[in-house]
Design a protein around this ligand. Structure first.
Ligand SMILES: [Zn+2]
Ligand SMILES: [Zn+2]
Length: 355
């Protein structure tokens, strides 16, 4: 048997990408992926993405529990970009540090937060990452309207300080835990509108998290309720601003305003809502990224857990049966908090006055 020394280009068609690159694993019209750790170097996240069958990826580009981080190594950044191209990943996004609070009433914390966002954008740019997912922050004791304006101006400042970069910010919808902003689509819309008014709107978009919107009280099922939720999003934010969806089921009930992620179909959102979401014409083509727990029934992380969640999403999107096993009470993965939980850190919660 002779060893093939050259790779034959795959047959071209509607879904074909650059010749010589691996073909998408499935459904070229939509990307499915997950958040992965960069432990061991940024390129390791790409290896983890490939190992679990991801077509898109989210990473933290730094230690999210520290303000001060060593600068990104040029060679490591170049290796990351090459790994992403080799893997054929269709989209990579970064997620910002949870220390960042552009809405903070405290001027020092807010200044550090704006500098932090600037740093996030510069690191993303070096890594060839087009978007940094960012939380709008927490109001603390401020009136929500005041805090939203402060958050928006913080985002604008970070974008203005990095004028000329391609990397932009995706404001994430939140569960509204404590005094966290962004549980109301109107708040997200106000931030986007302020960025538009400051003429940095080209570099601002939105990330919708299914667990967060559900916990915030936006229904995802039945079909009419999902229509109403998307209608509200379109009216208050604009569906054209939606760049990526965080696909997470919710450990906590509808409207609980508590942010606890669960495996797809194993939480309070359930499979039917994900089926409706995945097959909704207004969300067609929007990439989905898992932030679901990575631990299996034995409490240890396993790539099988992400593979299973991706299989569920893909089967619900296509209507075809899953290739991975269904979760049972016994093998169901455990609930996790936001991906910050991977490092044992959770967003700080505070009481929100009047809500
Ligand atoms: Zn999220
Ligand atoms: Zn979350």
């Amino acid at each position: 048997m002779t060893r093939r020394t050259t790779r034959r280009p795959r047959p071209s068609g509607a879904g074909a990408r650059v010749a010589g690159k691996p073909a998408p694993v499935t459904r070229p019209d939509r990307l499915f992926g997950a958040h992965h750790s960069i432990a061991g170097g940024p390129s390791r996240a790409v290896e983890r993405a490939v190992e679990t069958g991801c077509e898109c990826l989210q990473v933290f580009t730094r230690n999210i529990n520290r303000w001060d981080n060593p600068p990104l190594d040029q060679a490591a950044a170049a290796a990351f970009r090459a790994a992403v191209a080799d893997a054929g990943l269709g989209l990579v996004v970064a997620h910002d540090s949870y220390l960042i609070n552009p809405a903070a009433a405290d001027d020092d914390l807010r200044d550090r937060s704006i500098a932090g966002l600037e740093e996030e954008l510069r690191r993303a740019e070096m890594l060839g990452i087009p978007w940094v997912v960012a939380h709008p922050g927490a109001a603390g004791g401020q009136e929500p309207e005041v805090a939203v304006r402060r958050a928006a101006d913080g985002f604008v400042a970070a974008l203005q300080r990095t004028a000329g970069l391609r990397a932009g910010l995706l404001v994430e919808t939140t569960a509204g835990q404590g005094s966290c902003l962004g549980a109301d689509f109107a708040e997200i819309g106000a931030i986007v509108a302020r960025a538009d008014a400051a003429e940095v709107g080209r570099r601002i978009g939105v990330c919708l998290d299914t667990c967060h919107v559900f916990a915030a009280g936006y229904a995802l099922a039945p079909a009419g309720a999902l229509d109403a939720t998307l209608e509200a999003f379109d009216r208050l934010v604009g569906l054209e601003r939606l760049v990526v969806i965080h696909a997470n089921d919710s450990k906590k009930p509808f409207g609980s305003r508590v942010d606890r992620h669960e495996a797809i179909g194993a939480g309070a959102i359930g499979r039917e809502a994900f089926r409706l979401l995945l097959q909704h014409p207004r969300l067609r083509g929007i990439p989905l990224i898992l932030e679901t727990p990575k631990e299996g029934p034995d409490g240890k992380p396993s790539p099988d857990v992400d593979r299973h969640n991706l299989a569920v999403l893909r089967s619900l999107a296509s209507g075809a049966p899953e290739t991975a096993r269904r979760p049972t009470a016994k093998n169901r993965p455990r609930a996790a908090r936001h991906p910050a939980a991977e490092s044992g850190k959770t967003p700080r919660a505070a009481k929100r006055p009047g809500r």
